[in-house]
Ligand binder design. Structure first.
Ligand SMILES: Cc1cc2nc3c(=O)[nH]c(=O)nc-3n(C[C@H](O)[C@H](O)[C@H](O)COP(=O)(O)OP(=O)(O)OC[C@H]3O[C@@H](n4cnc5c(N)ncnc54)[C@H](O)[C@@H]3O)c2cc1C
Length: 541
């Protein structure tokens, strides 16, 4: 017999398969020995009340064997004779575009400026150890994209349930735990992601696709208003329609498009700081108990949002049990972000705390100085205006952090009172911190709203606004400052045929899952635009 049950359990009852088998036996009246397996279909923690529950939907197999695998898996055909499609960037957008192209019978040729995911790890270590940022291989650039050394949180605001499920299933097919199919807030963890990414690459190559590392697209090849390929820094050119999935940190790509007068527009962003609390404090606050999370509950999360003087202030990319990381992708920048391992076991909880910025805010943000981009004064109506603002803020952060990857930081309550912090608490940020009055050099447009937001969050969540928490500057890379304009139906660029702007860098995604979904859509766009008719090998579509 196979039975499905929706249950509200105590954390210790939901902790592992053994305890769930005992629950299944209790609820169905079957002897424990007859419960062959229990599959968790959905799981979420309900910490709204003093007693904390875990809501689960279970599929129980009594005297039955569970079906394998737990999800439909995809057979990727051999596309070595298929028509080539150039995919620029091996982040989630580019990798999922490549997998979908293979499903559709086309042959992806991925070019990626950074190194493979293992080699990249060494460059990332050098940022912390030696304060050296390799501008081609860092937290943003390299195989796996910005998502590779992250928390691997896989939740998204996307309403496309079917598409989200498919992306999660593909992650499982390539080695992620099937827990991500059940958890309300699934995540893979920075320790597990590289293997999953390597498995995806191996599949792409096995199917006849190509992956070229340390190969940067420097120009598009355009003939008769159609993109037919790319030129690269290696001197080699690659031909085919182009899916451009270069992420929001490839500012050279934005500059190139702008210089070539290829239509792009300014897009709103959000900037602020990383806020780091002791995880034990967040556990106490969120689980409403002095003893914290205890043995059976996960590291607690939080999510805050409010309005402050007409702009949103919110927490972003919260990493329970995580680390604050140096995410600069070039010289003279300090940028921070967050990640966590699969067990979310560090002593710290961090999140971006950011203020919404709209393109029309440029003048208010920069009123005390005229910003320059590549030696020219940037005007408020330039599509690159907010990118120039991001760059300047990152440079200011570098200057205030001692011109290394040391990050300027301030205690949270000191910031509210506009006071310097004379000592800083211990932090997970390994390059080191320098006490700095963030309220003084980050524009008041941002700090004023952060103060308002923090006061509100401190009221709704007692204990959150505290000098035990540390603000680390600056968080600027929350989304793309530019949108590369494309047609809504075909995903093709508005003026250039054969160009498919994709993922976060193009301004159509924000996060791993939404970038992956967008990658799939762009691959389908390539087919819809008739690029898939020659040399198809699979006939699946
Ligand atoms: C530290 C960190 C933690 C994060 N944590 C999470 C999280 O937990 N959950 C989540 O959903 N999101 C997270 N994000 C955001 C997420 O990683 C991005 O939203 C996502 O990776 C965007 O995917 P993408 O494919 O569009 O672009 P990217 O991942 O940015 O990939 C772009 C790729 O293009 C390559 N590239 C750029 N220019 C060129 C060029 N000219 N030629 C060739 N290649 C080029 C880059 O090297 C890069 O590999 C995190 C980001 C960071 C930095």
């Amino acid at each position: 017999m196979i039975q499905e049950l929706q249950l509200r359990l105590l954390p210790e009852e939901a902790v592992n398969e053994q305890s769930l088998k005992r629950v299944a036996a209790r609820e169905t009246g079957a002897p424990v020995k007859d419960v062959n397996a229990v599959r968790v279909l959905k799981r979420s923690v309900d910490a709204r009340q003093r007693t904390i529950y875990v809501n689960v939907r279970l599929r129980i197999f009594i005297n039955e064997q569970p079906e394998e695998p737990e999800y439909p898996s995809i057979t990727y055909p051999d596309v070595s004779g298929g028509k080539p499609v150039v995919v620029v960037g091996a982040g989630p957008g580019g990798l999922f575009a490549a997998l979908r192209l293979i499903e559709l019978g086309l042959r992806p040729i991925i070019i990626e400026r950074g190194k493979n995911v293992r080699e990249r790890k060494k460059d990332i270590a050098l940022i912390s150890r030696e304060h050296l940022v390799n501008s081609e291989s860092n937290y943003s650039f390299g195989e796996g994209g910005a998502g590779a050394y992250s928390d691997g949180k896989l939740y998204t605001r996307s309403k496309k349930r079917g598409s989200v499920e498919k992306i999660l299933q593909v992650f499982c097919q390539f080695g992620a735990s099937t827990a991500i199919l059940a958890d309300a807030h699934p995540h893979i963890g920075t320790d597990k992601l590289p293997r999953v990414i390597e498995n995806i690459r191996e599949q792409i190559i096995r199917s006849g696709g190509e992956v070229h590392f340390e190969t940067r697209m420097d120009a598009l090849i355009i003939r008769n208003n159609e993109v037919v390929g790319v030129e690269t820094n290696t001197g080699k050119s690659f031909y085919g329609p182009v899916i451009l999935a270069t992420g929001h940190s490839a500012r050279d790509v934005y500059r190139y498009l702008y210089r070539q007068q290829i239509p792009v527009e300014a897009k709103g962003i959000a900037v602020g700081v990383r806020l780091e609390h002791p995880q034990a404090l967040i556990d106490q606050i969120q689980y409403h108990r002095r003893e914290g999370r205890g043995e059976y509950l996960p590291a607690a999360e939080y999510s805050f949002v409010t309005q402050a003087t007409g702009r949103g202030v919110y927490s972003f990319c919260m990493c329970p049990g995580g680390f604050v990381v140096p995410a600069a992708s070039g010289p003279k920048q300090v940028v921070v972000n967050g990640m966590s391992p699969s067990n979310r076991g560090s002593r710290w909880a961090n999140s971006g705390m950011v203020v919404e910025i709209r393109p029309e805010d440029f003048a208010a943000l920069t009123k005390e100085e005229k910003l320059q981009l590549d030696g020219e004064e940037i005007k408020a109506d330039s599509p690159l205006a907010l990118m120039a603002f991001q760059e300047r803020l990152e440079e200011l952060c570098w200057l205030n952090g001692g011109m290394k990857q040391t990050a300027p930081a301030q205690r949270m309550a000191d910031f509210i009172q506009k006071k310097n912090s004379f000592d800083l608490p211990e932090s997970s940020y390994t390059p080191g911190l320098l006490a700095s009055p963030l309220h003084f050099w980050i524009p008041e447009f941002v700090t004023g709203r952060l103060r308002e937001g923090f006061r509100h969050f401190g009221k709704v969540s007692k204990g959150f606004l505290t000098n035990e928490a540390l603000m680390i500057g600056v968080e600027t890379r929350t989304s793309a400052p530019v949108r590369i304009l494309r047609d809504k139906e075909s995903f093709q660029h508005v003026t250039l045929k054969g160009l498919f702007p994709c993922g976060e860098g193009a301004g159509y995604a924000g996060g791993i899952v939404s970038a992956a979904i967008d990658g799939e859509r762009c691959a389908e766009g390539v087919i819809q635009r008739g690029h898939g008719q020659i040399g198809q090998t699979s006939g699946i579509f």
